[in-house]
Design a protein around this ligand. Structure first.
Ligand SMILES: Cc1cc2nc3c(=O)[nH]c(=O)nc-3n(C[C@H](O)[C@H](O)[C@H](O)COP(=O)(O)O)c2cc1C
Length: 362
């Protein structure tokens, strides 16, 4: 995978950029982070294939999807858990993200996964899903600062690697306790805080509150990653300027649009380039999950890659229901032909218009 990634144009761009800027953007304890845009952990999306694509394009570090400490602590690591924690050597620094409501069980789980050699362990304090948050895990932890304190004070002393946390602003509007939580993390040995600037009650509604991220950055000395509503390359700089954060974490804005990490927006990427990457991402998926699982897991990415392109609306359902890789590939081939024909038509029309204008000017 490394050889393949280094030979691609995107990897070369990333390499050139990193050589131009050899200074780390910030450190997670002693670990240097080169770059300030980072793919967010996303259940069902930020798996090994997608992370590799994003890293190759410039995402500065990797986070796994969140993983339940109970799964990690089973006698034999279940295959589904092992798969979530697989990573490629090229991904370092690699962060494993875990969740649970019990601080001691979290510490045990963190110790157990050390054998897989992650660089950093992150605690999820942001998941808003009802059955997780209402039992006190994910964003539910924000209601129990003493549990957060216990986890970080133990984990930072008992683990040899840095521990970090990802939070929301609080449980709801009446309990926006992000500054208290940020201080608890810092005072108990956390090495970084990532902040999704919404409360649990907001889920994904309303705008992310970047002012709150700025307040956290002003309150703690450890590095802060800002997160929420970064959709374009310009947004990355906007968030950094607005908040002063060390890095920006990008979730939904990277799905179907990993070029954001290389400083390019959706419109800067040609249809052909888009389809080449889409096919490569599918190949990585098939390799990782096997032919059937790989295709099923890829469908949701595929529809995001083609979003907004000419004729994409007609392709959506067929792509989402394609039963075989062959069928999927044929659909993509037909789509590419239609887009090429459309673009040629536009081009020809442009030439005719110009010719007409020229003849009228004569
Ligand atoms: C499909 C999906 C899955 C997510 N899974 C996780 C997760 O496993 N761990 C986590 O900390 N956050 C998770 N999140 C939250 C994102 O990391 C991020 O905080 C959120 O999407 C806001 O950032 P954005 O506006 O850039 O998308 C998930 C978000 C989405 C959309």
């Amino acid at each position: 995978m490394n050889a393949m990634s280094v030979s691609s144009p995107n990897a070369i761009v990333a390499l050139v950029r990193s050589h131009r800027a050899p200074k780390p953007s910030f450190f997670v304890r002693e670990i240097p982070i080169y770059g300030d845009a980072i793919l967010a952990p996303m259940d069902g999306f930020s798996d090994l294939p997608f992370r590799l694509i994003c890293r190759e394009l410039g995402s500065a570090m990797s986070y796994t999807e969140f993983t339940n400490a109970d799964g990690i602590l089973q006698k034999k690591l279940p295959e589904s858990v092992a798969q979530r924690l697989k990573f490629d050597a090229s991904e370092n620094p690699m962060t494993f993200q875990i969740y649970h409501q019990d601080p001691d069980r979290l510490v045990d789980a963190a110790k157990r996964v050390l054998e897989l050699e992650p660089d950093i362990i992150d605690l999820n304090m942001g998941c808003y899903v009802k059955d997780i948050s209402e039992r006190g895990a994910g964003s539910g932890m924000l209601r129990f600062p003493e549990r957060i304190e216990r986890y970080f004070s133990r984990a930072s002393k008992e683990l040899p690697i840095p521990v970090t946390g990802k939070i929301r602003l609080g449980w709801d509007d009446a309990s926006r306790n992000y500054l208290t939580i940020a201080k608890i993390l810092e005072d108990n040995g956390a090495s970084l805080i990532a902040v999704h600037a919404r409360t649990r009650a907001q889920a994904y509604h309303g705008n992310a509150d970047w002012d709150a991220i700025a307040e956290i950055k002003q309150t703690v000395k450890i590095p802060v990653l800002g997160n929420g509503d970064v959709k374009t390359v310009a947004d990355i700089a906007r968030m950094k300027n607005h908040t002063g954060v060390d890095g920006v974490m990008i979730g939904r804005g990277a799905i179907g649009n990993p070029w954001i990490f290389s400083g390019r927006d959706r419109d800067d990427v040609s249809v052909d380039e888009r389809i080449v990457l889409l096919r490569r991402h599918l190949a990585l998926n098939l390799d990782f999950y096997g032919p059937r699982g790989g295709l099923i897991m890829f469908r949701k990415h595929a529809v995001k890659y083609i979003n907004g392109l000419y004729g994409a609306a007609h392709l959506r359902v067929p792509l989402l229901t394609a039963e075989s890789v062959q069928e999927f590939d044929d659909l993509l081939g037909q789509f590419q032909e239609r887009v090429d024909a459309h673009e040629q038509g536009e081009h020809d029309r442009g030439e005719t218009d110009q010719a007409r204008e020229r003849s009228m000017a004569l």
